[in-house]
Design a binder for this molecule. Sequence first.
Ligand SMILES: Cc1cc2nc3c(=O)[nH]c(=O)nc-3n(C[C@H](O)[C@H](O)[C@H](O)COP(=O)(O)OP(=O)(O)OC[C@H]3O[C@@H](n4cnc5c(N)ncnc54)[C@H](O)[C@@H]3O)c2cc1C
Length: 383
Amino acid sequence: MKLRIIGGGPAGLYFAALMKRENPAHDVVVFERGPRDATWGFGVVFSDRALEFLRADDEPMYQLLTPLMETWPNLTIVHNDTPVPITGNGFAAIGRLELLSRLYAHAESLGVRIEFDSELTSLDDPALAGADLIVGANGAFSWVRNEHETEFGTETDLRPNRFIWYGTRKAFDSLSLTFRETEHGVFCAHHYRYSPGMSTFLVEVTDATWQRAGFAVMGEQEAIRHCEQVFARDLGGAPILSNKSYWRQFPAVTNRQWSFGKVVLMGDALRTAHFSIGSGTRLAMEDAIALWKALRDAGSVPEALALYRERRLPPMKKILDAASASIRWYERMDELIKLSPIDFAYSYMARTGRVDHEEVARRDPKLAVAWERAHPEIHGPSY
Ligand SMILES: Cc1cc2nc3c(=O)[nH]c(=O)nc-3n(C[C@H](O)[C@H](O)[C@H](O)COP(=O)(O)OP(=O)(O)OC[C@H]3O[C@@H](n4cnc5c(N)ncnc54)[C@H](O)[C@@H]3O)c2cc1C
């Protein structure tokens, strides 16, 4: 098969490697617009059982990535100055650059050709001629998708909150969500260590807070100083670092159709999942596994594309519903911060509708009991 993949992020690279592993005779080329050693951002986090999803299909990849990850069994919600540690929420993180460089090496060792500094801008590009399948794996702002919105039935919902992806050299002890009330509104930092000396430090605020704080007219360094002041206690003097960081709004993207003709989408090009559920990279890699399996199991490319969607849609939809609820929880943070620290942490745990009281009690019995004590009207005087 002649496979041409646009975009060398986790989705495209991993799919290329799986196809080449399946059959070394496949002709697989990935076009990546960036140079080999450049990437935006800092670290990405995987929730739950880290890379368990890889284990069944790709044990060597699991063994390759797991030792590179920072892991913690717990999560901490910081409500102004009150930390509420929550047990039973495992996370693992890895630097994006580290992940990509391992995926480059893995794909190339299997015989995949990666063309760096190659920005493709049209499906008519001669580099795509004669392909049996063209994969649009070029991220959240994919032109492959945007230029064929009618064929894909694309819907984009630009959410109002503003966020910026920073880093810092402070190595935090657990994945933390720190909420601080300021005169302009609530500031939230999603922060976690992804290597022994580096942490992601993502700042999120509502649009109203962003406007009141004056970020619209602030320069890069001034914005960093502002965030450093808000989170001074959490950073403990460590500076915030930028890496082409800029304020954005999250585009919640979905597509009714996942392919047309011999063009198919995967990863963030196919759909975006809010970073607060930590699943974007995982979903991208799961898409790659699903498309590889569909091509392996079906008799033709059109059948495989139908099978890809049919099998992948139900589990993906569950995560997207959770992500959508999570987005909306953050959009209400100015109002939710009025809750007590325990109620606030509990509300966070229950925000996606997938965690009920029994599940909170299973993950963190102490939090469940503290919440029951605070709500005798629900749980009766015995609590
Ligand atoms: C602020 C933020 C925080 C995030 N945090 C997390 C997290 O904690 N955990 C997590 O799992 N995920 C996180 N994500 C999401 C994660 O980065 C993506 O979901 C994941 O990388 C998707 O992989 P992908 O391969 O589909 O797309 P991408 O990683 O975006 O890769 C697409 C690639 O295509 C290339 N490209 C684009 N256009 C072209 C073109 N015309 N020609 C050639 N190449 C092109 C790009 O250079 C890029 O390398 C976060 C995202 C953001 C924005």
